[in-house]
Design a binder for this molecule. Structure first.
Ligand code: IPD
Ligand code: CA
Ligand code: CA
Length: 265
């Protein structure tokens, strides 16, 4: 394993321990509302601190873009961190959340870890070296089209202005599929696409830390990623389509006629 992924895994496991320990006392946590429906707790902050400290010990000069503490340090190396993806699930004791850590070098994703601390599932990828689930190679599914596909999505609960457009994409995609899941952690949704557990995924308005690690997992597992126009502006727009190559194309084609001009990339 690449030394940088080892550090990322150590950091993710430490954050996972913070999260699992806190789950027992979830009723007594102080919850702050960052914006409408956007919550943060001391657990998010503590987990993020563990991750940053672990990485800094090994790489004191690297930079960070972390959800709770923001941008730190300037370097060719930037760690993109979501310490707890699926905070709303966590707060309800709904067992679907993860730690997401990615490393960018000169703007290119190089390392990725998504860790589900409840199931102890570790999804990792290093650019050019494939993707693994608990040390076993993972691949996207072989599903050929939307007929019978299982898709994942996220609702645009922070972007009510896009709800109608989103619902139009949902209405167009649903009929042929076997089902659509909204599990509540984009990082895990993307990891599941990489592992072939879901065939595709789409969401409006993600943040870089929700998707950075999941993107590399999917690319290294043989899948495809794009913005709503099939371009590569997803980190800027937050609009993401992902899937195995065939389902990815099918999602793009199906949603295209329903997109408003604000969501065409
Ligand atoms: C959220 C989750 C959710 C997605 C939201 C994200 P958070 O992250 O990934 O699935 O729909 O867009 O903001 O706030 O729980 O870290
Ligand atoms: Ca998140
Ligand atoms: Ca988060």
């Amino acid at each position: 394993m690449h030394p940088m992924i080892n550090i990322a895994v150590r950091a993710a496991r430490r954050a996972g321990n913070v999260i699992v320990r806190a789950l027992e006392r979830v009723d007594s946590l102080t919850i702050t509302n960052k914006s409408h429906n956007d919550f943060v707790t001391d657990v998010d902050r503590k987990a993020e601190q563990e991750i940053i400290e672990t990485i800094k010990k090994a790489y004191p000069n690297h930079g960070f873009q972390a959800e709770e503490s923001g941008v730190q340090g300037g370097s060719e190396y930037v760690w993109i961190i979501d310490p707890l993806d699926g905070t709303t699930n966590f707060l309800h004791g709904f067992p679907q959340f993860a730690v997401s850590i990615a490393l960018q070098h000169k703007g290119r994703l190089e390392q990725a870890v998504v860790y589900d601390p409840l199931r102890q599932e570790l999804f990792t990828a290093t650019r050019g070296a494939g993707a693994q689930l608990n040390d076993r190679r993972m691949r996207v599914s072989n599903q050929r089209d939307l007929e019978g596909a299982l898709l994942g999505t996220g609702f645009p609960f922070k972007h009510p202005e896009h709800l109608d457009t989103y619902l139009a994409t949902f209405k167009a995609l649903m009929p042929p599929t076997a089902g659509i899941r909204r599990a509540g952690s984009a990082a895990l949704d993307l990891a599941y696409v990489a592992a072939g557990r879901m065939d595709g995924f789409w969401e409006i308005g993600l943040n870089p830390w929700d998707m950075a690690a999941g993107i590399l997992l999917i690319q290294e597992a043989g899948g495809m990623i794009g913005d709503f126009g099939g371009g590569s502006d997803y980190m800027e727009t937050g609009n993401l389509v992902a899937g195995n190559p065939k389902v990815y194309q099918a999602i793009l084609q199906t949603i295209r006629p329903h997109l408003s001009s604000a969501l065409s990339r």
